[in-house]
Design a protein around this ligand. Sequence first.
Ligand SMILES: [Zn+2]
Length: 230
Amino acid sequence: MAHGRERHAGERINWLRAAVLGANDGIVSTSSLVIGVAAAGADKSAVLLAGVAGLVAGAMSMAAGEYVSVSSQSDAEKADLKREAAELKTDPEFELNELTQIYESRGLDSNLARQVAEQLTTKDALAAHARDELGINELTRARPLQAALSSAWSFGAGALISLLAVSFAPQGFIEIVSVVTALAALALLGALAAAGGGASPARPIIRIVFWGAAAMAATAIAGRLFGAVG
Ligand SMILES: [Zn+2]
């Protein structure tokens, strides 16, 4: 019971962590992009156009990266399951002993462990081995498409904050409005993530705000330099 509850909290934190990371990425990269373009002297419509392109490019790139990485995880899981199914066919006695030992190591006495292993093997041997030997279950199974969509979505949500800041900023104030909005949004997300993880928010907020500020400063400098050359 306690174990189950812990696991659920862990899964929720992973999900929240991934969403916050995606949104941080969207804010930092889109705000940096629009600040760089604005620093080069572009007018508001060009800055917005660059920002929209950055949102789409970033969301697609996040989706592609996540899809590829989670797909190879999913391939590995499928290969494990296939091997397990083959082993169950060729050496069922060995597999039954294996399962018995797993339950014993979790605290059941050997008779009960044997009984549990036998009954679960009769019901669905592969499911029992997948869950208790390989640690694969419905909740933790790798889902490439879901991972890709949620990364793209959270990046897009972060990028949208940056774009809204530009669209409300008067010409000439795009850079300062973008910096303030981005840093405030990063701090807010940092606080949200820390609250979800039960950690103290100060350090993660300082870290993300520092890196966000560094990224925006870098593109502002690049924009000034290339804007002066162009
Ligand atoms: Zn097995």
